[in-house]
Structures are given as structure tokens and as C-alpha cells.
Design a protein around this ligand. Structure first.
Ligand code: AMP
Length: 435
């Protein structure tokens, strides 16, 4: 890791420090249902408070409309609905203005942080408005202010210069500790530094930990190195598959993605999810693996159903068939038992394992066995570095109570996938380098 961290900062006493966190926590009826991201941010915040800094915390929550901006912007989905005549722009805006201040506010996060940090956190009801400005100005050494949801301004995602300038007023020093959004180039994640508005820009402990474990394991893996990929579509993971094939010894592919590979090998996959446009890509990857002497493992058996469950967690009838003989009128929705054993056996003999993406439609308990088996295999892997790249796979490990048995569960699904792809993350690239 060649970036400066909060530990490299000197003389923090009395300085205004702006910290970009990822407090985009799941909420239900105004209550936080998983506070992992809040807990993950605490070491950096505590360090800064103990050093006597005046801390301003900021984050996004969900995908709101720009209700704090002069002009409310519609997203692509909204525009499509308006074009189809399903609704009007006015109706969307009216609903957003009514619901989102309550649904997507960071106020509950501020309350929880305040509990966890012994009453040192106040909440500002805007981002760059009068309340935030007054509260940041009144912030004392060793105290923190959490600003309202950054994405209530469209300016955040569009890297608006004037918005960045206003944010930069809170920052003698800028700290990025939001690994979950480090792959996004937004005002608060990168532009504020890229525009030269803050000179001292470092990473927090969470980003440092994520990078140290994941980048080091990818760049200098202890072999055998097994990578496991799942999830819905091949198209979403083109770069990841190709990059991992270069680094690992065995690439395991499960989930919906596997059927495009199986079809590319000439097998019947029934009504399973297939990305026909990516058949040639899959053939190319199969050839790439062969030429490089890498093992590319696909499911040998598959749990099939007559139709996709509707609703997704509805009870369904399943049977297990060979992955090479999926009946033409059936779809594969999970890996079968033989495959679970095969994949677990590979994990057992590995020294480095990374995993991203479910092995089946795990939202349905009847189709979660494959995903759970992979989580179990990682938890059982003795003496190996095991890394779970956020998202659904991380949730599966946590729900099964395996969090302590895995070396690292990333807080960023999208960001960790981009690391697996070998990409440079803008939220990290912009930070100051070590001398
Ligand atoms: P991703 O966002 O690409 O990681 O995909 C996650 C989604 O893939 C989950 O919602 C799963 O239900 C879905 N998925 C996994 N396996 C399958 C499958 N065999 N067929 C359809 N969807 C799947």
C-alpha cells in the first residue's frame, strides 16, 4: 500500500477533517438492520477524535433524487417510465420530495454513531446549507458532525465544481474511508481532491485494511490460489474473469454465469439464464485457461426447476440433474451436491481463496444450499487466506455466522470486484502517495 493513511497525519489538533464514510446501511422502517459499515468506520473516526480533530463526516444513503438541488433530476429508470406514459415527471418528483427526506436520511446513522462514540456526534440536516455550515463551524476539538445524505444533491454524482468547493471548506484535511464507493468518481469520493481543492488527502484504516488484504493477495497470492465467481450474468464480470484467470490456479464458476459457459461447451442448458452474446467470450476464456494451464471448473450437477420462483422465495419443486443433461424445459437455479463437494475439495487444498457472487438463487432457501456450501468451505479452510468480495456472498457468510472464520469480508461489493478486475479505484488513486 503506497498511499498515506491517517496515521501519517501530524498535528491534527484543532484541524477540520472531512471524512468520506460509507454509511449506506440497510434500513427497515427507519431502523438500521445491519450496522457493519458503521462499525467498520469507527477506528478512523475514533483516531481522529482522540487526536483532537474537528471531524465532519459525510456519506450517501441509497439512490435518492436530487431533492436538495434547485433542479430535481430523473434517473434512467424514471425517464423510461415517463416515456412509456406509465407516470409523469411531476408525480415522480412529488413522491421523491415527500418520501425521500424520511426514507433516505442519515439521521438514524448519526444517532447510532452518537451512541457508539459517547455523545460526540451531532447531525446536520443539510450538506452545504446553513445548518451544516453552522454546525461544522461550532464543532469543537474531539467532536464530529455528520452531514445529511450527499446524494440529495445531484451535484455529488456529477462532480460539480461549485459543490466540491463548498465541501472543501470543511476540509483542512480529507480522509477517504469509504471503500464501498471507492470505485465511484464522485464529488466527495475523488473530485474534491482531483480539482486540487484539498492538498492533504489520505485513506482511513478501513480502506487501508481492504487494500492491504485484497490487493496483496491478488498481487502476491500464496498458491494454490482458487477464485470463485458466481452471480447472475457473465456480461457483468468480463474483466474479472479474464484478470483472475491470469492470477489464479483454479477459477470456479457457479451461479447463473455458469450456463453460458456450459452452452459454450456445447451442452444443453434448457431454459437456464444464458447470455448468447457472450458465448464467444466464454469460448475465448476456456481457451485462455487451457493455454495457460489453468483449471476452469464448472458445475457438474445442477438443481433445476420448471420455472423461476415467483415470488422469488416461493416454495418450489426441484430435482438435481447432470449439468451436461439439463432437460430442455427446465432451468438451473443452484449447483448440485456433487458440485458443492467438488468446489469444497478445491477450497480445502488452497492457500488463497477469493469469492464473489452467489452459486444460485440464494434468496430462496430451497436454492441457497450451493451458496451456503461455498461459505462453509471458506470458513473451514485451514491455513488459507480467505477473502469474500462483499455483496451477496458477504451477507451469506455473515448470516451463517462465519464472519469470524474468514480472513477478510469486504465492505464493498462493486469496489472489490473492480480490484479483482485489476482496475485502479478513483477514490484511492487520488490520495497522496507515500514518499
Ligand atoms: P450478481 O449481482 O451478478 O452477483 O448476481 C446476484 C444474483 O444472481 C442473485 O440475485 C441471484 O438470485 C442470481 N442468480 C444466481 N444464480 C442464478 C441462476 N442460476 N439463475 C438466475 N439467477 C441466478
Amino acid at each position: 500500500m503506497n498511499k498515506l493513511t491517517v496515521k501519517d497525519l501530524k498535528d491534527l489538533k484543532g484541524k477540520h477533517v472531512l471524512v468520506r464514510c460509507d454509511f449506506n446501511v440497510p434500513m427497515k422502517d427507519g431502523k438500521i438492520t445491519d450496522e457493519n459499515r458503521i462499525i467498520g468506520a469507527l477506528p478512523t473516526i475514533k483516531y481522529l477524535l482522540d487526536a483532537g480533530a474537528k471531524v465532519t463526516l459525510c456519506s450517501h444513503m441509497g439512490k435518492p433524487h436530487s431533492i436538495f438541488s434547485d433542479e430535481v433530476k430523473l434517473n434512467k429508470k424514471d425517464k423510461a417510465k415517463v416515456e412509456k406514459g406509465e407516470t409523469t415527471a411531476e408525480a415522480i418528483i412529488e413522491k421523491a420530495l415527500k418520501d425521500e427526506p424520511k426514507k433516505l436520511t442519515l439521521a438514524p446513522v448519526a444517532a447510532r454513531l452518537n451512541e457508539l462514540l459517547g455523545g460526540k456526534v451531532t447531525f446536520a440536516s443539510d450538506v452545504v446549507g446553513p445548518d451544516a455550515q453552522a454546525k461544522v463551524a461550532a464543532c469543537k476539538e474531539g467532536e464530529a458532525v455528520l452531514l445529511e445524505n450527499l446524494r440529495f444533491h445531484w451535484e455529488e454524482e456529477k462532480k460539480d465544481l461549485e459543490f466540491c468547493k463548498k465541501l472543501a471548506k470543511y476540509a483542512d484535511v480529507y480522509v477517504n474511508d469509504a471503500f464501498g464507493t471507492a470505485h465511484r468518481s464522485h464529488a466527495s469520493t475523488a473530485a474534491i481532491v482531483e480539482y486540487g481543492l484539498v492538498k492533504t488527502a489520505v485513506c482511513g484504516f478501513l480502506i487501508e485494511k481492504e487494500l492491504t488484504v485484497m490487493a496483496d493477495s491478488l498481487d502476491h497470492p500464496v498458491h494454490p490460489f482458487v477464485a470463485i465467481l458466481g452471480g447472475a450474468k457473465v456480461a457483468d464480470k468480463l474483466g474479472v474473469i479474464s484478470n483472475l484467470l491470469e492470477k489464479c490456479d483454479t477459477l470456479i464458476i457457479g451461479g447463473g454465469m455458469a450456463y453460458t459457459f456450459l452452452k459454450a461447451q456445447g451442452y444443453e442448458v434448457g431454459t437456464s439464464l444464458v447470455d448468447d452474446e457472450k458465448l464467444d467470450y466464454c469460448k475465448e476464456m476456456i481457451a485462455k485457461a487451457k493455454a495457460a494451464g489453468k483449471e476452469l471448473l464448472l458445475p457438474v450437477d445442477t438443481v433445476v426447476t420448471a420455472a423461476f420462483p415467483d415470488p422469488i422465495d416461493a416454495p418450489i419443486e426441484t430435482k438435481t440433474v447432470s449439468s451436461h443433461e439439463i432437460p430442455a424445459d427446465m432451468m438451473g437455479l443452484d449447483i448440485g451436491e456433487k458440485t458443492r463437494e467438488l468446489f469444497a475439495e478445491k477450497v480445502k487444498s488452497a492457500k488463497t481463496v477469493i469469492w464473489n457472487g452467489p452459486m444460485g438463487v440464494f434468496e430462496n432457501p430451497i436454492l441457497a444450499a450451493g451458496t451456503n456450501a461455498v461459505a462453509q468451505a471458506l470458513a473451514d479452510a485451514k491455513g488459507a487466506t480467505t477473502i469474500v468480495g462483499g455483496g451477496d456472498s458477504a451477507a451469506a457468510c455473515t448470516q451463517l455466522g462465519y464472519a469470524d472464520k474468514i480472513t477478510h469480508i469486504s465492505t464493498g461489493g462493486g469496489a472489490s470486484l473492480e480490484l479483482f478486475e485489476g482496475k485502479v479505484l478513483p477514490g484511492i488513486a487520488c490520495l497522496n502517495e507515500k514518499e
